[in-house]
Design a protein around this ligand. Structure first.
Ligand code: ITT
Length: 193
């Protein structure tokens, strides 16, 4: 079967592909459609933004399975920021390194040391009949004192999953795919496919 993914984030796509490949699912991404432009993320929740992305792609691929995903990092000591603003925390065109540096700096500016954090992923999926399915996953952990490691993407170099002593970017893709917020949501999707 074919599944269209409404994302322009290569890191997300790589993880989704690697988790679905072995299930014989052909993964396509919005980037294959030169005429497609993604909607602005105007929602006030992960689910609302995932729905906006999925609906926009479903409108041009009405007969296919379509998946929209919104994710981010909530940090306890920063009142759950950056949350739905994770991709653009340090500015509209911010790189992952800039977002990580800003987050570490914001935590350093606090006198207390609340580094607990969690990754959240919400997926909204439309089946070929147009029925909506919602899946989600959460990965608890804490923010490292400095960026470490080279694998993954986004905030992986500064996030230490609960029970581990290294960042996701040091632990590598195989472990991340076992425990991540995204892999939890994908496993729920696989159970209905
Ligand atoms: P699309 O909207 O095109 O899917 P995006 O990068 O803008 O791409 P989001 O709005 O969902 O996606 O923002 C998610 C951000 O949260 C992402 O850019 C990363 O900075 C961060 N993030 C989400 N999941 C992550 C993960 O598994 N590891 C590291 N950072 C992650």
């Amino acid at each position: 079967m074919e599944l269209w993914i409404a994302t322009s984030n290569e890191g997300k796509l790589r993880e989704i592909r690697s988790l679905l490949m072995e299930k014989n699912i052909q993964v396509h991404a919005q980037g294959e459609l030169s005429y497609f432009s993604p909607p602005p993320e105007t929602g006030t929740s992960f689910e609302a933004n995932a729905r906006l992305k999925a609906k926009a792609l479903k409108a041009v691929k009405p007969d296919c399975w379509v998946l929209g995903e919104d994710s981010g990092l909530e940090v306890e000591g920063l009142s759950k920021m950056p949350g739905i603003h994770s991709a653009r925390y340090a500015g509209p065109k911010a790189s992952a390194a800039e977002n990580n540096a800003k987050l570490l700096k914001m935590l350093d500016l606090r006198s207390f040391n609340q580094r607990a954090a969690k990754f959240i992923c919400v997926m909204v999926v439309y089946d070929p009949a147009g029925k909506e399915h919602v899946f989600s996953g959460t990965l608890p952990g804490e923010i490292a004192k400095k960026a470490q490691g080279t694998t993954g993407f986004g905030y992986d170099p500064i996030f230490i999953p609960e029970g581990e002593t290294k960042t996701l970017a040091e632990l590598g893709a195989a472990l991340k795919n076992k425990i991540s917020h995204r892999s939890q949501a994908l496993r729920q999707l696989l159970s209905v496919l």
